[in-house]
Design a protein. Structure first.
Length: 311
């Protein structure tokens, strides 16, 4: 009897793993397709490819890199979702004279609301599917906005779309067996969404008087991206610091966060091109995160030593 040909997805696995488990993985894909249909079989193939790539890159739950990515999820999802919600709201509001004409790409924003909703509900597998839709929406929006709004529209949206795409890649690359589905992770996501989303929404729809010429003023609104760059370092400083304090190499990571912004502000000033002159605020936020993380690590380590002595 001839040996069945392994499914093509198994070729992505490292050689040793492929030789041991190729037949088992091929049987699993065939069974899922036969029992649950072609769509379920396709989703299983995507899961197999993701597992193979994580083994290739070391971004799995057994490696520090994979655990680091998983630790970023409770921060990444609410930031992307808060920005996307704000852009969706602003997209529906007629622009004021000083706002100018802006191009928006709702196809890239809507999936992030689903990612956040499913994540808060503890349905992380569905949230990852929504992240795949967010990645697809961002990729499709780049040529779409170029076609509808030309080069100017592409320039307006390129950075935002790339940022949202990278956030979706992070969600998909993080080990699925380390989901942010615990009560604490979901509370953190909800709090960050509120702490960032509320000022973004309120600020983005609030009109103010901008000077448009000698002796004249006109109504305008803040740019959502301006507000995002302003508020995000402030909102994420404490939760990011606590996450770093629990990491395996917490003192080294905290030291990097303390030193990096100082080096970035030295000539030629790598943070100078950050949009809306918020490079200094970003540096302060990163520096503060490192200081808080180091302090939290010291407190945590002291408590653990005292408990060990008490035993």
């Amino acid at each position: 009897m001839s040996t069945p040909v392994p499914h093509w997805t198994t070729r992505v696995y490292p050689p040793d793993y492929r030789r041991t488990y190729a037949a088992e993985i091929s049987d699993l894909i065939a069974c899922v397709r036969a029992d649950e249909g072609r769509l379920a079989g396709a989703l299983e193939m995507v899961a197999v490819l993701g597992h193979a790539l994580r083994l290739r890159t070391g971004l799995n739950s057994a490696r520090p890199g994979g655990r680091f990515l998983a630790g970023l999820l409770p921060l990444t999802v609410p930031v992307a979702a808060a920005l996307s919600l704000t852009l969706l709201v602003v997209w529906r509001i007629p622009p004021l004279p000083w706002d100018g004409a802006h191009a928006y790409t709702p196809l890239a924003y809507v999936p992030w609301l689903a990612v956040l909703g499913f994540a808060l509900a503890g349905r992380w597998a569905t949230a990852r599917i929504a992240a795949g839709a967010a990645l697809f929406g961002a990729a499709v929006s780049l040529p779409l906005v170029s076609w509808t709004d030309g080069a100017e529209g592409l320039v307006q949206n390129r950075s935002t779309l790339i940022g949202l795409a990278l956030a979706a890649v992070l969600v998909l690359a993080a080990p699925p067996d380390l989901p942010p589905a615990t009560r604490g992770a979901r509370q953190k996501m909800a709090l960050i969404t509120l702490a960032l989303g509320v000022p973004l929404l309120v600020g983005s729809v609030t009109a103010f008087q901008a000077a448009s010429g000698p002796g004249t003023t006109t109504s305008a609104r803040p740019d959502p991206l301006h507000l995002l760059f302003f508020f995000t370092p402030l909102v994420l400083a404490v939760p990011a610091a606590l996450a770093v304090a629990r990491a395996r190499y917490a003192p080294a990571l905290a030291a990097v966060l303390i030193v990096a912004p100082v080096l970035a502000l030295l000539p030629p000033g790598f943070l100078a091109p950050v949009p809306y002159d918020t490079g200094g605020l970003l540096a302060d936020g990163v520096f503060g995160t490192g200081v808080i993380a180091l302090a939290a690590y010291v407190v945590r380590s002291t408590r653990e030593r005292r408990r060990a002595v008490a035993r």
